[in-house]
Design a protein around this ligand. Structure first.
Ligand code: CA
Length: 434
């Protein structure tokens, strides 16, 4: 977001290379390590690489080359005012074949340039955390309150552990905390940031890889009051069919008991037409505090819910579900046991790749339809831009609750993905392919 920041009285910060004020210099490593102070370690601990980039041409790779890990790098300093809150937003992941861990934090300095003790943070935020290498990229945000005596702030990154491995950082932003959005207005569909991201993607759409295979994962289908189909579900299915975009929809099985003939015919027709894969989204989707239907509940109960759902599907729909996605995406060791004994299910959506229960696991996705509980095209595009080149992802939403503006956000995502030659696929299309 381009903006001007006025700091103090009549002092206008206009940085070179655009009007992005209130950030560190070289925040995306496009000039290598320029403006970053690398201390106390062999230079090999930090390097900028094309393959470490999530935006632009270069990103930072932090390597753990010794135990204990040595080295630290510090950004340029941003002027601050004591008492004000500052946020540090960044993207991390990558790192190559061996993921390692590095810390990242906001550090404040006094007028003599000495680092001040660890700062306080606004409620719900931290001033320091650790980042781990990964096969995808994730955005994260830290925040801290400038303490008494603070004149400047900087970003500090240190290798931590995972000898021989690495973690990548890119697209760092340190700035005064913006005013909180109230969340009542729809997210924009044409913001300056959306245009920036589209331009960025246009320069290098897939980083030399194939366009992605995308699962549209819609949760929580149940019959509407009266037993039929709600207008919200009808609209999203009509739209997807017109766009020739496959959908996958999770049914909460218990509610089929109240479905009418219209509901069952709707599901059966879409299934037969190959337009929608309907999948197992639990029996009752119930939660009691930390106890979720498939997390914290006894094995016997989970087993009953797993098998009863498919028995009812077979009775009411004439087919069984072959993909499973847990309510709340919450599962435990009992779920792994139940799934490993289940011969109907072949694909586990948002499952645990380390304990796949003999299923093909679709991992949690770095790109989502809904961010903070609602469809948000800009947030989707942000995540998509940083994760270009990812082979596939399953993006989640709850279409039964979408009002008009939420539906518009979803349509923008489908249009955009089709413009990128993405292929919409079913979860079951991945069966046996891991
Ligand atoms: Ca970059």
């Amino acid at each position: 977001m381009k903006r001007l920041a006025v700091v103090g009285v009549g002092v206008l910060f206009v940085l070179a290379g655009g009007l992005i004020a209130g950030n560190i210099e070289n925040p995306g490593f496009e000039s290598g390590l320029e403006k970053w102070d690398v201390q106390g370690a062999p230079g090999a601990a930090f390097e900028t690489l094309k393959e470490a980039a999530s935006i632009g041409e270069l990103g930072l790779r932090v390597k753990v080359i010794s135990t204990p890990a040595a080295g630290m790098m510090t950004s340029s300093q941003l002027p601050v005012e004591p008492g004000k809150s500052y946020r540090l937003a960044y993207w991390f992941g990558g790192g190559g074949p061996t993921p390692a861990v590095a810390s990242i934090e906001i550090v404040f300095f006094d007028e003599k340039g000495a680092a001040l003790p660890a700062p306080q943070s606004p409620a719900g935020k931290k001033a320091r955390t650790v980042a781990t290498g990964s096969s995808s990229w994730a955005g994260y945000e830290l925040a801290a309150i400038a303490p008494v005596g603070a004149k400047t702030a900087a970003v500090c990154i240190k290798p931590m552990n995972g000898q021989g491995g690495a973690v990548d950082f890119d697209d760092i932003r340190l700035e005064e905390m913006p005013a909180q959005s109230t969340g009542s207005t729809p997210p924009p569909l044409d913001s300056p940031r959306i245009q920036e991201l589209k331009d960025e993607i246009q320069k290098n759409p897939t980083r030399g890889k194939q366009p992605p295979k995308v699962v549209i994962k819609l949760d929580d289908l149940k019959p509407a009051q009266g037993g039929g189909i709600s207008p919200q579900w009808q609209r999203v299915v009509d739209y997807a069919r017109a766009k020739n975009a496959k959908l996958s929809i999770g049914i909460i099985a218990q509610f089929m008991e109240s479905g009418n003939a219209e509901f069952f015919k709707w599901v059966q027709d879409l299934n037969a037409a190959g337009s929608v894969e309907f999948w197992h989204h639990g029996w009752d989707h119930a939660a009691e505090g930390n106890l979720k239907e498939f997390s914290g509940q006894p094995y016997e109960r989970q087993k009953d819910h797993m098998t009863r759902a498919n028995a009812l599907a077979k009775e009411k729909l004439g087919f069984v579900f072959t993909s499973f996605g847990a309510p709340f995406n919450a599962t435990d060791a009992s779920t792994v046991k139940v799934l490993s004994e289940d011969s109907d299910i072949t694909v586990w959506i948002y499952g645990d790749p380390r304990n796949p229960a003999g299923k093909t696991v679709l991992p949690p996705s770095p790109v989502m339809i809904e961010t903070r509980g609602r469809p948000d095209f800009e947030a989707f595009l942000e995540a998509y831009a940083h994760n270009r080149g990812i082979g596939s992802f399953a993006m989640q939403g709850h279409a039964g609750g979408w009002k008009d503006d939420a539906f518009d956000q979803f349509r923008a995502m489908v249009d955009f993905l089709q413009s990128q030659n993405a292929e919409f696929v079913f979860p079951r299309d991945f069966a046996g392919k891991d």
